[in-house]
Design a protein around this ligand. Structure first.
Ligand code: NDP
Ligand code: OXD
Length: 313
């Protein structure tokens, strides 16, 4: 089994080491520009176009993340970049779901208990008790009920707030009120106090976090975006905060990453910023999942996490 690896950062050596341990029989190499020698599988994060274009030998491309928007953008910009016969396979959870649940639950509870406002009061040296938000009407709406969204929705629901979820096709998730498809989008949004975004970035979902969506939420709502920066219309968020339609936002992802030093979000105290860390790709879990899938493909078995290229996720 020949495996080609690419990752645009200094951790590549550690990943290669772990793959070599998990698949001792495999012939594993890090891709270098100009390498067109045959390979069965590619393991990549944000690969350059040259690495994949014209590689009819590849049987599968394993994406070192849950979101495949960057790799599909290569195909959209130049159709035919992705080898027609290779399956594109994303990570499924591999340790990301519990991290995402921690991050989102923390942000939701911080707003429920008004810790963001207590933090401001402390900075101002003021001892003041704020009226608590009633838990029964502190409705949390989770956009995306996939591997991560469903897990997050259930983790939040455990704290007793009403939780809704929204997906493309109808889903049933225990303890969650579910909505599906464009026809039910407004019903999903109406009355939501905290909107959590866990959609994949596709042509259908780009800019979904914009003025129209915000206008349907409860006044003084909160936004938590942990999916992709391209979901958010940045100017609309600033307007919604200025008007009071949104009270605050927690953002882990941005259109441009790292977030530029002169970006207005840095100066907005109601926006909490983290540097794309809500769910890190864990090496051990990811290597184990990918190695297992490669062995299954070698045996001729089907595997999970295969991306529908047309659908975009
Ligand atoms: P999944 O593919 O498992 O789930 C996607 C969900 O979104 C599904 O429920 C799907 O509906 C729904 N969906 C897709 N398109 C639409 C649409 N047009 N309208 C309504 N619902 C839609 O993805 P994951 O849960 O694994 O990951 C979600 C995203 O999280 C990733 O794509 C990535 O961008 C982001 N992410 C961010 C990380 C970070 O550190 N910030 C880390 C990991 C992931 P259906 O169920 O009907 O298919
Ligand atoms: C992912 C990510 O998509 O890390 O996995 O953002």
């Amino acid at each position: 089994m020949k495996i080609l690896f690419y990752m645009p950062n200094a951790e590549a050596a550690a990943w290669l080491h772990d793959f070599a341990r998990a698949l001792p029989e495999a012939d594993l190499r890090e891709w270098q520009p100009g390498d067109t020698a045959p390979a069965d599988f590619a393991v990549v994060w944000r690969p350059p176009r040259d690495m994949l274009a014209g590689r009819s030998d590849l049987r599968a491309i394993f994406n070192l993340g849950a979101g495949v928007d960057a790799i599909l953008a290569l195909e959209r910009e130049q159709p035919g970049t992705l080898p027609a016969n290779a399956q594109l396979i994303r990570l499924e959870d591999s340790g990301m779901a519990p991290q995402m649940a921690e991050y989102v639950t923390h942000a939701v509870l911080r707003y429920l208990r008004r810790f963001d406002e207590y933090q401001t009061l402390q900075r101002e040296g003021r001892w003041q008790v704020l009226d608590p938000h009633p838990r029964e009407t502190f409705t949390v709406g989770v956009l995306g009920l996939g591997v991560l969204g469903a897990h997050v929705a259930q983790a939040v629901a455990a704290f007793g707030m009403p939780v809704r979820g929204y997906s493309r096709s109808a889903r049933q998730v225990e303890g969650i009120t579910t909505f599906a498809g464009a026809a039910q989008f407004d019903a999903f949004l109406d009355g939501v106090k905290v909107l959590v975004n866990l959609l994949p970035h596709t042509p259908d979902t780009a800019d979904v976090l914009g003025a129209r969506t915000f206008s349907r939420l409860e006044r003084g709502a909160y936004l938590i975006n942990v999916a992709r920066g391209a979901h958010l219309v940045e100017a609309d968020l600033l307007d919604a905060l200025a008007s009071g339609q949104l009270a605050a936002a927690t953002l882990d992802v941005f259109r441009e990453e790292p977030l530029p030093a002169d970006h207005p979000f840095w100066q907005e105290p109601r926006i909490t910023i983290t540097p794309h860390i809500s769910a890190l790709t864990l090496r051990e879990e990811s290597v184990a999942q990918i190695a297992e899938k490669m062995l299954a493909l070698e045996r001729g078995e089907a595997v999970g996490g295969v991306v529908d290229i047309e659908r975009g996720y």
